[in-house]
Design a protein. Sequence first.
Lengths: 337, 334, 340
Amino acid sequence: MGRYIARRIAQFIPVFLGVTLILFFITTVLPGDPVAVRAGTKPLSPAVYKSLRHAYGLDKPWYVQYVDYLGSLSPVRYSPKSGLRFPGPDLGVSISYGRPVIAMFEETFPYTAELAFAAIAVEIVIGIGVGIVAAVKQFSIWDTFATLSTSILVALPVFWLGVMLQYLFGILLQQWTGGIFYLPIAGASGPPFADWQYLILPAVTLASVSTAYAARIMRSQLLEVGGQDYVRTAQAKGLSPSAVLWGHEMKNALIPVVTFIGLDLGAMLSGAILTETVFNWPGIGNMIYQAIGRRDYPVIFGGVSLILFIVLVVNLLVDISYAFLDPRIRLGSKVEG
Amino acid sequence: MSDDIRASEVLQGGVVGPQAPPEQEPPTENLARRELAGTRTLWGDAWYRLRRNKMALAALTWIVILVAVTLTADLWVPQHFGMPNAINTATAEANQFLGPSLGHPFGTNQLGQDMFSQVVYGARVSLSVGFLAVAIAVVVGLLLGAISGFYGGLADTLIMRVADVFLAFPYIIFALLVLSVLPRDFVTGSILPTVLTIGVLGWPSIARVLRSSILSVKQNDYVDAGRALGANDGRLIMRHILPNAIAPILVYATMSVGGAILTEAALSFLGLGILPNNLSTMISWGQMIAQGQPYLTSSPGVVLWPGLAIVTTVLAFTLLGDGVRDALDVKMKD
Amino acid sequence: MSDHLLVVDDLRMHFYTRDGIVKAVDGVSYTLDRGETLGVVGESGSGKSVTALTLMGLVPMPPGRVMSGDAVFKGRSLLKMKPDEIRAIRGNEISMIFQDPMTSLNPVYRIGRQVGEPVRIHKQASRRQARDRAIELLRLVGIPKPEKRVDDYPHQFSGGMRQRAMIAMALACDPDILIADEPTTALDVTIQAQILELMQEVQERTDSAIIMITHDLGVVADMADRVLVMYAGKAVEYGALREVFDDPLHPYTWGLMDSIPRAGMSEKSQLCPIDGQPPSLIDVPSGCSFHPRCPYAQAVCTTDVPPLRDIRGGHSSACHCSGDPGFNRGCSLNVVREAV
């Protein structure tokens, strides 16, 4: 397993370098000046402008900036004066706020983590649950309902769903109940993990598409597994239908679902931009979105690096859980058709 | 095996359309018996099966209607409902947030503009972006996928690693970034930047589908036979490999149009996709939703109509894709 | 009514599909006693497997529907049992071995858990007891080092070992009847012989009855005491092994016998495959369903369904002509015409 993880990390490095190189290409070759954006309409004297560009390292050639950026990711620092230190990655300084990017992430990331956890919980509970019901009651009204609603759900623009949920549960519900019960539609109250009411609508919105896919995959996997010879063997042993489902079908059917849910996290973090914008949620998606508008490159690079890194870690966890679920992989043998 | 599985592939493998009970699917022999009149080809059979799939047929009908409406819009929409982006400052306040009526089937928005006209012209943008972006993705994807699958070796490794990089992009963030750094006057009033961005980000999936098709087709004896008969590479690709690989590409492309429409709407919602130009008829559904959001409490219709337009259009492409997949009997798994 | 272990009487299992009614099993009768082996022979699609699955209650209904007949096991009707009653019998008193050992074991669970599972369900054994039983069973079926291999996963077993494990699983509760559905078809020839030998050993030790479903007459000749020949869902010939092999009565059985090579066959005599294809079970020919392929078919064969008749002392055949003195294997067609 250790060698396997090392190999996955080795595979990740070129992908990471490729993604960040293209990022650098986009931001340096194409026009757009973060310092001018920060200054806004106020005229800058050429000297101030020049010193600001120098302060952010924007006057250096792009490859020097790139190496600086890679250096800022390193958790280890070395200088002849102070020797080897481990201050952790600093990710540079935000151009528009003048604050260390890492400090900004420490504030915003917990909110995104909270949102993503809640969304994955929705995805697991509702997605897998609906998939199981639809498969067990195949051809029933529940199955038709599940198939239809998942089709619609994947066609919904996430941001529009968010806006409509705000209208239904925030505005209409407030009117109907005479203001007694409704859900908050924007922002997060106080510290993360504090007030679950603020979390409901953004989490449901962020989870919507993934939940629909999880339900479909769960359903089709269970139906496929249900036709396997080993399920007939289990029935021939005299197991009850529920024992066959939970004892023999579920583990096999869950393998692709777990893979999907894990690999989907990247899409979810990236999609958090939309959800966080709609609900004015103070997470990294919102922060990156604003940074893009301000050409605040250190924040953008830091955000993308963070997302890539999380995706890597989650992919590793998925692989490990995959091996846990499927002994053919754990024991390193080839999977037979 | 596990490291080759990607979310998109798992996803394709798992996406099940509205499935009819098996007894409603006639076995192929029956099909052939009923349709002996010269439709024994793959495409003939597929078309026959597609026509029997009510969902896919409804989806196709809806897409045809949309295309017809957007193509003819200039002839009748502005005349009856007004230009989508024009603001009549004299009457704007009086015409604000009118409810649905014969003159304004979807009502009016905060600027007194006709929502129906906006939704119709929004369809033009959405469909153009959808079709063009997928066309770019398909052309680039086919080219690179063919090179990768057919020649293998260093080219294959290189192309597939680049595809990995593209697939690892946080998609929306990259599209936003590219669109944000492009010069404003280039982006404003043109769908081209959005089309290019979505198209360029879409090629790796097509390339992978084609590559895996080629790899599986290459195993077949008839390719060896063709080579033994002296066919050159180009001929092998055109005559033997592409016809077999085209079915999964077609299914994927059909479904991707819906995805491209969704992405365009999201980018425009965030203010970086289609940028309005008050003189033209160009307008995006996503942009309409963003502009209507502040007025949600009093006039939800401003947000409702463009949203429904997106949902029905994207759903139509998804269902049509499902239908094409079932009709061509494509297993979306590599 | 009888003291047979199992009595199957005129069993009919039809499937209602959109394309029509599939008469998968359409009139099958036999009896089975303790320690006895019944060989069920026929081409694929003749209803052999569905007959067995019907006994086990493993046919999904719908689309399946029992049209008539009964299967009485130890005096109780298997077909009229409630789901939990038949489950108590499955894997316990009647167990089944399937064709493909590669796919019949669950890939994500250890062999021991799967082999020991029947005693966990039916004998309320503890995990520990089930594991001990699994080791004992694996030793019985000839798996070397069973106390180690019990913790293996199926993919660590070869095909032959997996089929041994399947047999071990089927034997877990000392069943009265062991149904083997083409147990050797998917295996190498050398392994086939070992598996058959193993089943015979097991039978001698436990005195259980075996229903051996196969298309291989050689397997039947090795194993069976009695033979049931099926064609298009119907039993066409039934009798003791020696009777059926030495003096078959039904033209279909003759065809089967002539289509396989035999030891001592002269070089000049040639194999004669049966012409044509087995009929679609939706569109079964009128009268005797074998008549379109039968070289001896008469007018009556196209109109009347021949019943399974006892021709001589327990050896029965479903052919209009069987029992006529001049109607023999290889007889000239003229003789047949005169006889009818």
